[in-house]
Design a protein around this ligand. Structure first.
Ligand code: BDR
Ligand code: CA
Length: 310
């Protein structure tokens, strides 16, 4: 069993990642730490509480962390104005959660993991502010982190947020630089691989028909916040970026990647751009390059549909 912390800014695809983790016996979710990103911190925290609460897992703590990026001006996602998910889409289970700060939780958990000799994995699926702060404030926590699995960056693919940059790196490039330079082994899922798998109306129907409460909520979210863009993606359907980090821990055979030294452009008109040297065999970062699309989609849909289903 892989013990993980999910650091997140929910976010529709973040919700799918959290539900996939909760639906996977291969994974023990130690806590969910939230960061400002797609929406402001209050909303990512409220959403994370509701996502976890809807799966009936009040034992999994949710913590709020950084309210904004380390240095740059704050940017939010496309649906920032909506704030937290409408309750008609993701009902509020009334779950109250921990008031420990996210950065303190990451540090405390990693320190404990180092002491026990059972390092934890961090799945970072929002801007990297919390993870960078934990590593900067408490460098010794690196010893308790087995690996950081990051959804972020874009190499050959066009960036989403700007032609140059993917959102999570764009929103806090300094934090991304700190995490990538930390020496902790990193597996990175850039847009190049996440855009290879598109979820269509058929998959949404499957979630709705067979789903327990989380599957039905995900179907409502995917319908309300339509992610498809045939012009951009060349075919019907929309991506779910963040669950790839979890799917890789559960079924690594669905993916392939290559070691690379990764850098981040910080500042200027191309801020947030990531670049990779695939010839550096000493590199500690693995950049994922390919996914088995049907295998990935089936894993996400089947497991989330089964979560809490009768
Ligand atoms: C990333 O940005 C966010 O909008 C998504 O949740 C994902 O983490 C994709 O660029
Ligand atoms: Ca996210």
């Amino acid at each position: 069993v892989t013990r993980i912390i999910i650091d997140t800014d929910p976010g529709v695809d973040d919700a799918a990642a959290i539900w996939l983790a909760l639906a996977s016996p291969e994974i023990e979710l130690l806590g969910v730490t939230t960061v400002a990103g797609n929406v402001p911190l209050e909303a990512t925290y409220a959403n994370a509480c509701r996502i976890v609460g809807l799966s009936g897992r009040a034992d999994v703590p949710v913590m709020a962390g950084a309210r904004g990026p380390l240095l740059r001006d704050q940017v939010f996602g496309k649906y920032a104005a909506i704030g937290a998910f409408p309750k008609a889409l993701v009902p509020d289970s009334g779950m109250t959660s921990s008031d420990e700060n996210a950065v303190a939780f990451i540090a405390r958990t990693a320190r404990g993991a180092a002491r026990e000799g059972r390092p934890v994995t961090i799945c970072a699926i929002g801007p990297l502010t919390n993870v960078a702060m934990a590593l900067r404030l408490h460098p010794e926590v690196a010893q308790g982190i087995e690996r950081i699995v990051v959804m972020g960056g874009a190499f050959r693919a066009l960036g989403h947020r700007t032609p140059w940059a993917e959102f999570n790196v764009y929103a806090d490039p300094h934090a991304a630089q700190i995490v990538l330079g930390s020496g902790v082994p990193i597996t990175m899922f850039p847009l190049d691989v996440t855009l290879q798998a598109l979820f269509t109306a058929t998959h949404i129907e499957e979630l709705r028909e067979q789903g327990g409460a989380p599957g039905c909520a995900l179907a409502r979210l995917l319908t309300e916040f339509d992610r498809s863009d045939p012009e951009k993606y060349g075919r019907p359907g929309g991506p779910l970026h963040d669950p790839m980090t979890i799917a890789w821990l559960v079924a690594p055979e669905l993916f392939s990647g290559r070691r690379a030294a990764v850098g981040v452009q910080v500042g200027g008109s191309t801020s947030g751009h990531t670049y990779a040297d695939f010839n550096d065999s000493q590199a500690r970062t693995t950049v994922m390059t390919d996914v088995n699309e049907p295998g990935y989609i089936a894993l996400v849909v089947d497991r989330i549909a089964a979560l809490g289903a009768a």
